[in-house]
Design a protein around this ligand. Structure first.
Ligand code: NDP
Length: 326
């Protein structure tokens, strides 16, 4: 085993945090030979939940878990952090306008970005799960001028995994035989799950399904899967969100396991996405860095769907700029 890696989890007293903690402690986030120091950040109202989880982690006697600290101080939580999982965010309350939601989250992610800038390890990697995830990541990144901007990412791996699951169910082909699926744009209902370069068992998916199924069933089902889970389960997705977060970080740190994946990261202008917007792209992990898959040809349908989701991201950026949050 190597020297311990420091992992900071925010919102550690919440549902996704609870599911994540046991996967991390079991060594699934970074690998089976990597020891972990856990730092759990919560707001005062969530501290008891995080402390309870910490007691259960102790009771798990995980060989790879070095220590667990619970704090409500961002400076302490991000001190020496190598991997930051930003899960805690302000959910939309009854009667809350979008601007209120953005302002509330700006007050969370701005200071967290600044604390990461000040205190985190030089190899810091950040993934934002708390919604609106892409714009929260943009706010945090803007407050961390000394950190290379591509270290700030937002989670679209859950959408990606949902797309794989839907294709697999439709075609009767296991997810391990799928490749080339992409989620573009925002982690919201405007996202574009794209199978135009995908293969299933080596056959182009476009030869196996028709356009009507893609446009009327597949795309809306993936984009609205969160609402479907709430309807069936009575509460939002938790285990799958935690699992996708683990996949995202594992691949980022350890390299690609075969196929490409989907990651929201600050745009370098690829595919016409305005520079700096945190937008989802097809990406491969190479030498510990995300590399956007280049050179994909986009048809008219794909181009317009990507543009619509990117326009939503641009509007969110304007709104947070207007609120003085960037
Ligand atoms: P969850 O753990 O269920 O969710 C946390 C966040 O993840 C929410 O913003 C949620 O967004 C988001 N999310 C992203 N993708 C998904 C998905 N596919 N399915 C479900 N959620 C998704 O929320 P809880 O309320 O249980 O826990 C949040 C915790 O965060 C609380 O304990 C709270 O105290 C804490 N918190 C901590 C902060 C801090 O550390 N500074 C700041 C603010 C809160 P959505 O709401 O859109 O579903």
């Amino acid at each position: 085993t190597s020297s311990p890696i420091t992992v900071t989890l925010t919102g550690a007293g919440g549902q996704i945090g609870y599911a994540l903690l046991f996967r991390i402690a079991a060594g699934e986030l970074l690998g089976p030979n990597v020891t972990v120091r856990l730092k759990l950040l919560e707001i005062p109202a969530g501290i008891a939940g995080a402390e309870g989880a910490a007691l259960e982690l102790q009771d798990g006697a995980f060989p790879l878990l070095d220590s667990v600290n619970v704090t409500d101080s961002a400076a302490a939580a991000f001190d020496g952090t190598n991997v930051a999982l930003l899960v805690g965010s302000r959910p939309r309350g009854p009667g809350m306008e979008r601007a209120d939601l953005l302002a509330a989250n700006g007050a969370i992610f701005g200071p967290q970005g600044a604390a990461i800038n000040e205190h985190a390890a030089s190899d810091i990697r950040v993934v934002v799960v708390g919604n609106p995830a892409n714009t929260n990541a943009l706010i945090a990144q803007a407050h961390a001028p000394d950190v290379p901007r591509e270290r700030f990412t937002a989670l679209t791996r859950l959408d990606h995994n949902r797309a794989l699951g839907q294709l697999s169910a439709k075609l009767g082909i296991p997810v391990r035989d799928m490749d080339g699926v992409t989620i573009w744009g925002n982690h919201s209902a405007t996202q574009y799950p794209d199978v135009s370069h995908a293969t299933a068992g080596g056959t182009p998916v476009r030869d196996l399904v028709d356009d009507a199924w893609l446009a009327n069933e597949f795309i809306p089902r993936v984009a609205n899967r969160g609402a479907e889970i709430i309807e069936v389960r009575g509460s939002s997705s938790v285990g799958s969100a935690a699992s996708a977060t683990v996949d995202h970080v594992f691949d980022w740190v350890n390299g690609q396991r075969g196929r490409w994946t989907s990651v929201a990261l600050p745009s370098d202008g690829s595919y016409g996405v305005p520079e700096g917007l945190v937008s989802s792209f097809p990406a491969e992990s190479v030498d510990g860095k995300w590399r956007i898959v280049q050179g994909l040809e986009l048809n008219a349908f794909s181009t317009s769907r990507i543009a619509a989701s990117v326009a939503e991201l641009a509007t969110e950026r304007e709104q947070v700029q207007g609120l003085g949050l960037l």
